[in-house]
Design a protein around this ligand. Structure first.
Ligand code: PLP
Length: 394
């Protein structure tokens, strides 16, 4: 007999419902009807982890001491590999002992960094549309207050700091930013990062730069690190997208030693780190970097996504759906076609023909009117999706 009255903490009740549950329900109905589904919704790379990394993983998992508890801050050689990566990739020097920490994927670091700094009622500046963890797993679960920084097309999906009132900035503890950006595919400039760093300095705000798409860039664009502008902050990255390792859960954070120290302290009370053998495999991947240029294990995959991006964006424009070509990320973010008024309603029409996208509202209210394509299907399937979309919108 069930006799305990379940009462969730207030902060849990403040978490929003799961928009994707409705989509999953619709999808399972379509599958039952026998409709072939082309999933372009979730940002999980369909390409496999490079062979050199898998071979290393198999070797390392067999070593008995690699099967023991890891350290939540990351193994020494892992932190040194991240230190070296920052040197070759961004020409920055950090101390592996005090300015680097391992993470169980970037998501964990994004959520836990709020535990380090946010007292109940403190303001956290969150981009919207944005990766939902900034608002939910980070701010709300620490009883912080979300201040929405709209990312508008007319501002190239960069926040406009001038519209944020001084009294908000004075109460803000953290600011999350993310470039190359999910979901908009927008990129940043060193000038924008400097503006952010200046505001942060004036108002004593810590910037968390979430940078998991740093290597997912096209043509000659190279994504910068916030830490190239100002090392008083923290940057988070992971092997998830870089090496197609989303399921392995291995990331890292680099930055000011007191920020990293706080994060390590929180983590040491919560988790026991990413498995050692996975850290060793990621070290192998990071060692492929010999300069700021992407090594082949990254470049080859990025080329595949670039081709898919070209096929999708050109295809959409050919069928009359005006869409911009993103310079980075595995996403294409575009306004819903003319005549449509609501992202979710439009998504449902596409699900009827077996094409699954993410409604912009899945990333916050400023995502209304947009949808996100993830480039996680081969070119042939993207072409099939285009044919079906053509039937819906024309
Ligand atoms: C913007 C952004 N940040 C962080 C993450 C989390 O990545 P992971 O936890 O796999 O490192 C994702 C994953 O999709 C993302 O899109």
């Amino acid at each position: 007999m069930f006799y305990i009255k379940i009462t969730y903490a207030n902060r849990i009740n403040k978490l929003p419902g799961y928009i994707f549950a409705e989509i999953e329900q619709l999808l399972s109905e379509k599958k039952k009807e026998g409709i072939d589904i082309i999933p372009l919704g979730i940002g999980d790379p369909d390409l496999t982890t490079p062979d050199v990394i898998i071979k290393e993983l198999i070797k390392q998992v067999k070593i008995p001491e690699n099967q023991n508890y890891p350290s939540s801050k990351g193994e020494q050689d892992f932190r040194e590999a991240v230190q070296r990566w920052y040197k070759v990739r961004f020409n920055l020097n950090f101390d592996a002992n005090s300015e680097v920490t391992g993470l169980i994927g970037g998501k964990e670091g994004i959520a836990n960094i709020a535990r380090v700094f946010v007292n109940p009622g403190d303001i956290v500046l969150c981009p919207n549309p944005g990766y939902p963890v900034y608002e939910n797993g980070g701010t709300t679960l620490c009883d912080g207050k979300i201040y929405t920084m709209p990312l508008l097309k007319e501002n190239n999906f960069l926040p406009d700091f001038e519209v944020i009132k001084a009294e908000i900035l004075k109460k803000a503890k953290l600011m999350y930013i993310n470039y190359p950006n999910n979901p908009t595919g927008a990129i940043t400039t060193k000038k924008f990062l400097k503006e952010a760093a200046d505001i942060a300095e004036d108002y004593n705000i810590i910037i968390v730069h979430d940078n998991p798409y740093s290597e997912f860039t096209y043509e000659d664009y190279i994504a910068p690190s916030l830490l190239q502008i100002d090392q008083n902050h923290i940057e988070i990255n992971s092997s998830s997208k870089m090496f197609c390792m989303t399921g392995f859960r291995c990331g890292w954070a680099v930055g000011d030693k007191d920020i990293i120290g706080g994060l390590r302290k929180v983590k040491s009370h919560i988790d026991s780190g990413c498995p050692v053998f996975i850290q060793k495999a990621v070290i192998r991947g990071l060692k492929e970097y010999k300069s700021s240029e992407k090594p082949n294990i990254v470049k080859d995959n990025v080329k595949i996504y670039e081709k898919r991006r070209d096929v999708l964006v050109e295809g959409l424009n050919n069928i009359g759906w005006n869409t911009d070509m993103p310079k980075a990320t595995l996403y294409v973010w575009t306004h819903i076609p003319e005549g449509e008024t609501n992202s979710m309603e439009f998504i449902k029409k596409l699900i009827d023909v077996g094409v699954v996208l993410t409604p912009g509202t899945g990333f916050g209210i400023y995502g209304e009117g947009f949808v996100r394509f993830a480039l996680t299907q081969p070119v042939e399937r993207i072409n099939e999706a285009l044919e079906r979309i053509d039937m819906v919108i024309n």
